[in-house]
Structures are given as structure tokens and as C-alpha cells.
Design a protein around this ligand. Structure first.
Ligand SMILES: C[S@@+](CC[C@H](N)C(=O)[O-])C[C@H]1O[C@@H](n2cnc3c(N)ncnc32)[C@H](O)[C@@H]1O
Ligand SMILES: [Zn+2]
Length: 161
């Protein structure tokens, strides 16, 4: 569904989850497109080299991984979508179209004041050490929080080891 452009749907504010977040400023109906995740398109390798430059948050990321393995790096030419946090029980979802454009849609009706969030499903290479798990720890506060920003399958697989 196309976005309702008659009134602005969101605002960037400080978030109880992490840093800045994006909040609904009016009701957003289920299925509505809210914002495109914009940024520079590049390879996973190049994008990854640009992350981790903040010594206080070396695992902080603005990368969105596309189906073909490349990324949208929102640290360059990014829009407000780069401030949307992760939740394990999200009210939004990120959908990639056939041209590799990513749009954030409402998964359910979102009320004014609610923080927008989607499931990041992050992937990382190699073995997930205890330190890595801590680095990607989730603070979404959902009742069924899985405790990690990492993809469900990767998180589970690693936990079984
Ligand atoms: C695309 S940024 C989102 C904006 C971020 N809040 C900020 O102010 O920079 C993604 C980063 O936000 C943090 N983040 C997002 N959701 C989180 C969550 N549920 N728990 C902990 N950190 C989160 C992580 O550091 C992640 O790498
Ligand atoms: Zn969580």
C-alpha cells in the first residue's frame, strides 16, 4: 500500500531502546508504506569497513543487507529510516522490492507515540562468541525478546553449540 502523504507519519526522537528512534506521530494503518531505507549502495565488505568507527559502540551498524548480499549504507546519504531501532516483536517490517529498494511498512496498526521498529535479522560471519552475543544484545523490551539483534536462525544455531 502506498504511503498516506497527507500528514507526516513519523518523527525522530530519543529512544528508550537505543540512542535515537523513529516514532509515529499519527495512526499508521496496517500495510501502509512509511519510509524508504535510503543510503549508499555498496558491497558488504566496503560497507562493513565503514562501520565500527565509534570506539564506544564498535558493533553499531547503519547497514541494511539486501537479498543479493550487497548493502544499503545509511551512514552515507541516509534518511530518517536509519534511526529506526530493532524489535523482536516489531510493529513494522522491511520489504525489499524487485529493484533492491527497501521500504518500511506497518505490520499492524501503529498508534501515535509508538516507536517504529522492525526485526533487523542481522547476519555476521564466523563463530558467534560470547563477546559477540553481548555486542549484539537486544534491548527492545518486548515480552518475547530473543535477546539478540542477530537473525533468529543464526542466534538459535549458535546457542546450541
Ligand atoms: C540503524 S541504527 C538505529 C539508530 C540508533 N538508535 C542510533 O541512535 O544510532 C542501528 C543500531 O542501533 C542500535 N540498536 C537498534 N535497535 C536496538 C535494540 N533493540 N537493542 C539494542 N541496540 C539497538 C544498535 O547499536 C544498532 O547497531
Ligand atoms: Zn529484543
Amino acid at each position: 500500500m502506498m504511503p498516506d502523504k497527507t500528514t507526516k507519519a513519523y518523527a525522530v526522537r530519543s529512544s528508550p531502546i537505543h540512542g535515537r528512534g523513529v516514532f509515529a506521530v499519527r495512526t499508521i494503518r496496517k500495510g501502509n508504506e512509511i519510509i524508504e531505507y535510503r543510503g549508499q549502495r555498496t558491497s558488504w565488505e566496503i560497507g562493513s569497513e565503514r562501520q565500527g568507527l565509534d570506539p564506544d559502540e564498535p558493533y553499531h551498524t547503519f547497514l541494511f543487507e539486501l537479498d543479493d548480499g550487497s548493502v544499503i549504507d545509511a551512514s552515507l546519504r541516509g534518511n530518517a529510516a536509519r534511526w529506526i531501532n530493532h524489535s523482536c516483536d516489531p510493529n513494522c517490517e522491511a520489504l525489499e522490492d524487485d529493484d533492491g529498494h527497501v521500504f518500511i511498512h506497518a505490520r499492524r496498526t501503529v498508534r501515535a507515540g509508538e516507536e517504529l521498529a522492525y526485526d533487523y535479522r542481522l547476519h555476521v560471519d564466523g563463530r558467534i562468541t560470547k563477546g559477540m552475543r553481548e555486542a549484539y544484545a537486544c534491548r527492545c523490551g518486548a515480552r518475547r525478546c530473543r535477546g539478540s539483534l542477530l537473525d533468529k536462525k543464526q542466534n538459535k544455531k549458535q546457542k546450541r553449540r
